[in-house]
Every structure is written in structure tokens, then in C-alpha cells.
Design a protein around this ligand. Structure first.
Ligand code: ATP
Ligand code: MG
Length: 649
């Protein structure tokens, strides 16, 4: 049996507000359907029209060449991502428009215009050129969230140098692995970065990673001065950013690159195992992120867009840097932690910069819910017109809170399903066109053909759960896993023949809206019922005292598997045996007796990846007392594991 049961009874629907639809890029469901059909039925025509909104040095000869599992898009075209993101806007009416409105954690601010961005990117590209870097070489970037991080990426892109950004929260070990896997010639870092009032010693972490010749490919380390903290220095290897750019020319023409030239390598979050080095190329990726930014976020000239993700994740690559800048939009960038100096920080930033579109993750929303409504209530959030979420299924109760408390009941929410591998948003309901359902990611984006199938690849009917696959190539898809094409084939193209295997479980409903039910690894089988953990978690989160929950299956002699629920309670709620029983009964009433957790474990925190996703694979180990933890390099806070093990009663 491969079907995953649909146990969630969420039925609320929020039609697009008429005022929103009236001004939206896509105003009705019919308009969406027409464009969507065109994108599948006449892909050449559709993609040619869309791609020509970007600048190409030489037009492509063929839209797609597909040799499963390898795609080439806009074949023969010459393009440069930095040219499209910077140069196109740096002259003319948008030259003095802000590309970035940056706020440092200590409260320092910068406004970087498109004109300035072009100067900085060109100078830094000349620095990289001066170090002998050429198209195809790799550079690792390990920086705090400062404009120079984007400048470094764009300088690479200008030359065709392939960047791999390593999230600034990673340890020396994780840096070493990624630098070696990518065989980077240069590492770009900073002395430090601010986080919760403390300095993260970025340069020291790089020094540790590179110590004793552990990364033989690295020739130079460029250091941006952010915090002024004391750092170690290796004269022949290290170089200050400010020294390097001093006196360097700001003239550095963008190199016309083949559409399929690699743009970047990015490692996945590591929620389900060892991170994978996803390779994206230039033309198709840029078309994908440009178009999704424009339509999913309904971007307009005067929008102030804030994606709270760190640039170290794909969300930051696509919706802080490439997609937004390709549209000439203004981005807010905040360096620090959401709770610094208090839980009002984000909302003060929305008020201060008059943010109109906010894009964040369910984990952040659940954290704010736990802190109570009084924090957002202190600030004027009336500039917001659209909200977005990404990263995990959003629990319907969290959606409702986000809609009401942050969006003032007036902002549509785009729940965007996608992956590092997909490069751009794949499933999301266009906000002016398609009614929103809390907990559902909605409809496929243009050109995306998702299917729900069983193990053998047979299509499932409405509301029959199964494996989410994609049965056509799309422009921003990964091209391979860097240096490991075998793993690329095995991971994505072999589990079910001839389709891209996402690894997620899903169903679609009568309207064609998709509901993500969790990772396939997280599907549990209780007394013959196959359940996606996401739905049971959402039920627990809908209990008024619960802030967050993670559900896993543990082998059980009688039922095959039994559910264990890890539960974090709201604010000041005390854990008790009564509450434990109440929650078990609550799930029984909401879903059915078979779904009642065998055990509830209260905890003050759940193990998450550094991108904020719950690592259920570690919870399975905790629940079964399995000491082999597997790859924990992407775990945010290792002490959570120890606490979970102790919290056992
Ligand atoms: P790894 O692949 O290393 O295990 P990861 O899958 O967490 O890590 P990402 O590429 O950052 O790495 O995350 C993609 C995954 O995040 C998706 O496969 C899906 O499980 C989840 N996801 C992202 N957005 C949504 C969403 N809107 N709704 C439901 N799930 C989502
Ligand atoms: Mg994944």
C-alpha cells in the first residue's frame, strides 16, 4: 500500500481580496489557467516570450534540449546574471533606486543604490580577476548578512566564477567539507558578524577550517572588516577587502556567458541526510527566479521587499539576490537575530522601511506566536500588502495567526513550495488570482508539472496521498550534483523512472490545490494507516496551548509503528501529566483513535537545521535511544539533542 492518508480537515478558504486582484499582475483564476496552459502546451512560445524580458548578449537557438536527466535551457544563448541584476538598472530612471536597504544588528544602516552596486560589483570583480580567477573557477563565500555578501556573489557572476555560499552560522567542519567538495580557490569572509549582540568569529572559523593544509585548493582569503574584532592573519594568504579594492578600476564589463554556464553550487539544508551540492546554471535559473519573483510576489516598481532568509540558503540566493535584483526591486536586508534586542525587532524594521512584502518561514512565525501578540502590536504594519512563507508546511493555525496579526486580515499569503534543487518557487497560488487555503501551497507555477504518484509511478486521484514528482524539466532545475552525477541520477531520477523525485509526500484536492504532507522519510504506518507527520503536527499546533510539535514513528510490536510527539508549549504554559493526556485525546478526537500519539514528550526546543527546519531523523533516534546520529553538521544547536535525551521521564 503506497497511499498516504489525508487526515487533516482544514477547509477554510480565503479568496483574493478584490482590491488586491484589481491591481495584480494576474487578476483572476481564468487568467492564471490560461497562462499555465500555454506554458505547458506551447512551452517554446511561452518561455521565449518570458526569457526575452531579460538581457541576452546573444539570443538562444533552442529553448530546451532534454536528455533525461540532463536539461539545457536557452541553448546557444549568451547571458550574464550580474548584468541583468545590476547593469540594467544602474543607468536610467532606476540608477538611484535602492537595491538594498540594509540594517545591521547594532542599528547601523546603509542604503545601496543600483548605481553604487554596479561600481562595487565591478571593482570587486576586478579584484577577483587580479587574483587570476577565471570563468569556471570556484570561490567560497562565508560572510555575515551585509551588502558585500551580495556584491561578492555578483562579482563572481560577472566573471563566470562559480560561487558557493556557506551560511555564516556554520562551523569550521562544515566550511571545510564544502570548500573541499567545491575545490574553491578563494574564500571570501569577514572578521566577524553580529548575532544576538555577540560577534561570530567568522575569520577564526575559516582559519580553523583551513588549518594544517586541510583545504589544499585555497590560495587566498579575502576578509571584509565588519566588526573590528581581533583576528589571526597569514600574510601570504590573507587580504583585506578594503585594501584589495583601493584604487581598483570600477570598469569591468560583464562577461557574456553560455546560458548553461554554472552560476553557483549550494548545499542543501541537510534535513534528511548529508547535504547535497546542487549545481545551478545561468540562463534557465535566472529566467526562473526573475519570473517567480515578478508573479508570485506580484512585484511592483514601488514595493519594498523583505525576505528574512539568510543569503546562505537558496531562498536568499533566489529571493534576496538574483530574482529580486533581476526585477530591479528594493530589498531590505537585516544582519541579525529576530529577538535582538527583543521580539519587536522585525516589526520595527517593517515599520521603519515600510516593507510591503514580507517573506519568511513557518518556524519564525511559530516562534513569534509563542511570544504573544503584544510584540507586533507595538508597531505599524500597515505598509504590508502581501505575505509569503517557505521552508516547511505551514500549520493552518500559524497561517491564520500570520494572516490576522501580521497581515491585519488584509494581506494574501503565498505559501511557496520549492527546494534548493528546484532553484525557484514551484507551487504557490498567485495572490491576486487563486483563493488561498491555510496549509496548502496551492497551484503549480507556469511550466511546472507536479504529479502525485504511488511507488510504481501510477497517478493518484484527488486527496489520495502519494509521492510528489515533477514530470517535465523546468528552466531553473538543478543540472547535477557538483562532482557527483551518479548521486544526481540516483537521488532524483531513479526512484521512480522518468520523473523528478522530490522526496516529499503530497496530495492534491478537488480544486487542484497541493497539500504537502511531509517528507517521504517521515510517513508513518500505524495499524495499517499511512500518515504524513505534517498533518498530525498541524493538529497538535491547533491546540491553544501548543506552540510547536514534531511527530515521528517508532517501531511498535502491535501497531507496526507508534507515534511519538515532541511538543513545545506556548509562553508560560506548564507541562503536566493532565495536559499530556489531553493532547493525546485531542488528536484522537480531531483525527481518529489510530492517530493518538503513544507518547508525548514536552521539550523547550526541537532540533532544527540552521535554516530552521525540524530534523525528524534525529528525533527518531532520540525516541528509539539510537546512539548513531548520522550527519549533524547542519544541526543548529547540538545542546538541544542532549536536552531531549535528558528530558525523558
Ligand atoms: P536535505 O535535502 O539536505 O534533506 P532540505 O530538503 O531541508 O535538506 P531545502 O532544499 O532547503 O533542503 O528544503 C526543501 C524542502 O523544504 C522541500 O523538499 C520540502 O520538504 C520543504 N518545503 C519547502 N517549502 C515548503 C512549503 N511551502 N511547504 C511544505 N514544505 C516545504
Ligand atoms: Mg531536500
Amino acid at each position: 500500500m503506497t497511499q498516504i492518508e489525508n487526515v487533516m480537515r482544514e477547509g477554510r478558504v480565503f479568496p483574493p481580496p478584490p482590491e488586491f486582484s484589481a491591481r495584480a499582475r494576474v487578476k483572476s483564476i481564468e487568467e492564471y489557467q490560461q497562462l499555465y496552459r500555454e506554458s505547458l502546451d506551447q512551452p517554446e512560445q511561452f518561455w521565449s516570450r518570458m526569457a526575452s524580458e531579460l538581457h541576452w548578449f546573444t539570443p538562444w537557438q533552442q529553448v530546451l534540449v532534454w536528455n533525461e536527466p540532463h536539461a539545457q535551457w536557452f541553448v546557444g544563448g549568451k547571458i550574464n546574471a550580474a548584468y541583468n541584476c545590476v547593469d540594467r538598472h544602474a543607468e536610467g530612471p532606476n540608477a538611484d533606486k535602492a537595491a538594498f536597504l540594509w540594517e545591521g544588528e547594532p542599528g547601523d544602516t546603509r542604503r545601496v543604490t543600483y548605481r553604487e552596486l554596479k561600481t562595487e560589483v565591478s571593482k570587486f570583480a576586478n579584484v577577483l580577476k587580479g587574483l587570476g580567477l577565471q570563468a569556471g573557477d570556484r570561490v567560497a563565500i562565508y560572510m555575515p548578512l551585509v551588502p558585500e555578501l551580495a556584491i561578492a556573489m555578483l562579482a563572481c557572476a560577472r566573471l563566470g566564477v562559480v560561487h558557493t555560499v556557506i551560511f555564516g552560522g556554520f562551523s569550521a567542519e562544515a566550511i571545510r567539507e564544502r570548500v573541499n567538495d567545491a575545490r574553491a580557490r578563494v574564500v571570501i569572509t569577514a572578521d566577524g558578524g553580529w548575532r544576538r549582540g555577540a560577534i561570530i568569529p567568522l575569520k577564526a572559523n575559516v582559519d580553523d577550517a583551513l588549518a594544517d593544509g586541510a583545504c589544499p585548493s585555497v590560495e587566498k582569503v579575502i576578509v571584509y572588516r565588519r566588526c573590528g574584532n581581533t583576528i589571526g592573519w597569514q600574510e601570504e594568504r590573507d587580504l583585506w577587502w578594503h585594501d584589495a579594492i583601493a584604487g581598483v578600476s570600477d570598469d569591468c564589463p560583464a562577461v557574456p556567458l553560455d546560458s548553461e554556464h554554472p552560476l553557483y553550487i549550494l548545499y542543501t539544508s541537510g534535513s534528511t541526510g548529508k547535504p547535497k551540492g546542487v549545481l545551478h546554471t545561468t540562463g534557465g535559473y535566472l529566467v526562473g527566479v526573475y519570473l517567480t519573483s515578478k508573479y508570485v510576489f506580484d512585484l511592483r516598481e514601488d514595493d519594498i521587499f523583505w525576505c528574512t532568509a539568510d543569503i546562505g540558503w537558496v531562498t536568499g540566493h533566489s529571493y534576496v539576490v538574483y530574482g529580486l535584483l533581476a526585477n530591479g526591486a528594493t530589498n531590505v536586508m537585516y544582519e541579525g537575530a529576530p529577538q535582538h534586542p527583543d521580539f519587536g525587532r522585525w516589526w520595527s524594521i517593517v515599520e521603519k522601511y515600510k516593507v510591503s512584502i514580507l517573506y519568511t518561514a513557518p518556524t519564525a512565525i511559530r516562534t513569534f506566536i509563542r511570544q504573544g501578540e503584544s510584540w507586533p502590536a507595538k508597531y505599524d504594519l500597515s505598509s504590508l500588502r502581501l505575505l509569503g512563507t517557505v521552508g516547511e508546511p505551514i500549520n493552518p493555525e500559524a497561517w491564520i495567526w500570520y494572516h490576522r496579526v501580521i497581515g491585519g486580515g488584509r494581506c494574501p499569503i503565498v505559501d511557496t513550495w520549492w527546494q534548493t534543487e528546484t532553484g525557484a518557487i514551484m507551487i504557490a497560488s498567485l495572490p491576486g488570482a487563486v483563493p488561498q487555503k491555510p496549509g496548502s501551497a496551492g497551484r503549480p507555477f507556469f511550466g511546472v508539472s507536479p504529479k502525485v504518484v504511488d511507488r510504481d509511478g501510477n497517478p493518484q486521484g484527488p486527496n489520495q496521498g502519494g509521492f510528489l514528482v515533477i514530470d517535465r524539466p523546468w528552466p531553473s532545475m538543478l543540472r547535477t550534483l557538483f562532482g557527483d552525477d551518479e548521486r544526481y541520477r540516483a537521488q532524483y531520477w531513479s526512484q521512480i523512472p522518468h520523473v523528478y523525485f522530490t522526496g516529499d509526500g503530497a496530495r492534491y484536492d478537488e480544486d487542484g490545490d497541493f497539500w504537502l504532507m511531509g517528507r517521504i522519510d517521515d510517513v508513518v504506518n500505524v495499524s495499517g494507516h499511512r500518515l504524513g507527520t505534517a498533518e498530525v503536527e498541524s493538529t497538535l499546533v491547533s491546540h491553544p496551548l501548543v506552540a510547536e510539535s514534531a511527530v515521528i514513528g517508532r517501531p511498535d510490536e502491535i501497531t507496526g509503528e507508534a507515534l511519538v510527539a515532541f511538543v513545545t508549549l506556548k509562553g508560560n504554559v506548564e507541562k503536566s501529566a493532565e495536559l499530556r493526556l489531553e493532547l493525546i485525546e485531542f488528536v484522537g478526537e480531531q483525527i481518529g483513535k489510530f492517530a493518538r500519539p503513544q507518547e508525548i514528550r514536552f521539550t523547550d526546543a526541537l532540533p532544527k537545521t540552521r535554516s530552521g527546519k525540524i530534523m525528524r531523523r534525529l528525533l527518531r533516534k532520540v525516541a528509539t535511544n539510537d546512539p548513531s546520529l548520522g550527519d549533524t553538521t547542519t544541526l543548529e544547536d547540538i545542546s538541544v539533542l542532549a536536552r531531549l535525551q535528558e528530558e525523558e521521564e
